[in-house]
Design a protein around this ligand. Structure first.
Ligand code: SF4
Length: 380
């Protein structure tokens, strides 16, 4: 029988956990998991370190984990081993009005074990910059003919902006469907914060590069564009990127092809266009995993996505030859902040009755974000 959370006690300090050995941390984390049973849901993003993934109830990409949070029914707490925007999305979905009504108003706290686990891409688009860009665009374009689309890797405030302005959230799995949804409504799209996902997706849909100006929020006016360039645009791309996927270069693709004849290159769509277009295959982390799982023994791969995921695929598929598509280390440093010490500390606090590092989105932001997220969940 799972134990109920005990009454709140003083917050346990993090510092002592940092000097504990991994074996002890793992055993204490397991003890909390066993005691809380189904009341606790630990979600682990594919880019997490192996030790954390091994202790997660579900592993997935941001889209899959959002669905887990959205469908959670009997858990009382979610511990999200990912980054800040993912925990915000989980909070919005797990505590949406119908879920709160089912639980007679009880919220499910969403805990981010280390509050410093942010996302450099999400940080490249602040809500005041987006609002300013929208206002400036309104001076030269008809914004009624412009749909904002935000990648799920963005702050809740941006998702709420999109919800309020008739737009949609997308993931790397459904970006094409989200753009089709947007183009069925308006002639133009404003896509943020990842220029590469926006460009790669729209280009494959037939939008030319010269129809996709980049909006630089630090440029003095019009994001560094002329009114004419914006008038000729189909997709206005935000000048943001993922610091991990930005590291893959065309010369890496060429080097692997030369060194390993017959090798297949598969990359995430957050990679720059010149890499994306050279690759044999592309897709979200889930698609990359499924593609590798389905490949014949002996297949050679060079994979352009986060290092922890590639190393895990290497271990799980010794029958294939898997390489990391870069000579330099590209790992998500912020995701890496969620280590065993932070996980154990947050779980033992939870078991003692205190949820630490709770990510809670304010009601108004959550309401509008949900509008945009629900559109995302409907679009495949
Ligand atoms: S891999 Fe890139 S986009 Fe994903 S969380 Fe890390 S910095 Fe953000």
């Amino acid at each position: 029988m799972p134990l109920m959370l005990s009454s709140p006690s003083p917050v346990l300090e993090l510092k002592p956990y940092k000097s504990l050995a991994d074996a002890e941390l793992i055993s204490r984390i397991q003890a909390v998991r066993e005691s809380l049973g189904r009341e606790l849901l630990i979600l682990g993003h594919h880019y997490q370190q192996d030790e954390v993934i091994a202790l997660s109830d579900f592993r997935g990409d941001s889209y899959g984990l959002s669905q887990n949070a959205a469908s959670s029914s009997d858990c009382r707490s979610i511990v999200f081993c990912g980054v800040h925007f993912m925990a915000e999305t989980a909070d919005i979905l797990a505590n949406r009005p119908e879920k709160l009504a089912e639980r007679t108003g009880r919220r499910v706290p969403v805990v981010l074990p280390d509050l410093a686990a942010g996302c450099s891409m999400a940080d490249m688009a602040a809500i005041d910059q987006i609002e300013d860009a929208w206002d400036q665009l309104g001076d030269v374009l008809e914004t009624a003919d412009l749909t904002p689309v935000t990648y799920i890797n963005s702050a809740a405030s941006l998702k709420a902006f999109v919800g309020r302005h008739g737009g949609i959230v997308c993931t790397s799995s459904n970006a094409k469907a989200a753009l089709e949804w947007a183009f069925a409504r308006t002639r133009r799209v404003m896509f943020f914060p990842d220029q590469h996902l926006g460009r790669n997706t729209a280009f494959r849909m037939g939008v030319r590069n010269d129809e996709m100006p980049v909006w630089d929020p630090y440029a003095p006016a019009l994001g560094g564009n002329t009114a004419g360039q914006l008038a000729a645009s189909r997709v206005i791309l935000w000048k943001g990127h993922c610091s991990v996927h930005q590291m893959f270069r065309p010369e890496h693709v060429r080097m692997f092809r030369q060194k390993y004849p017959g090798i297949k290159i598969i990359v995430h769509p957050e990679c720059p266009q010149e890499v994306f277009e050279l690759a044999d295959e592309s897709g979200s982390t889930s698609k990359i995993i499924k593609t590798v799982e389905a490949a014949a023994p002996g297949t050679k791969w060079a994979i352009g996505t986060e290092l922890h995921l590639v190393n895990r695929l290497k271990q799980q598929h010794p029958e294939q030859e898997i390489h990391f598509l870069s000579p330099v280390v590209c790992m998500c440093a912020t995701m890496y902040r969620i280590d065993l010490a932070h996980l154990c500390w947050s779980l033992e606090n939870l078991a003692a009755g205190t949820a630490v590092n709770v990510i809670e989105v304010d009601e108004e932001t959550a309401r509008w974000s949900l509008v945009a997220l629900e559109r995302m969940l409907e679009v495949r």
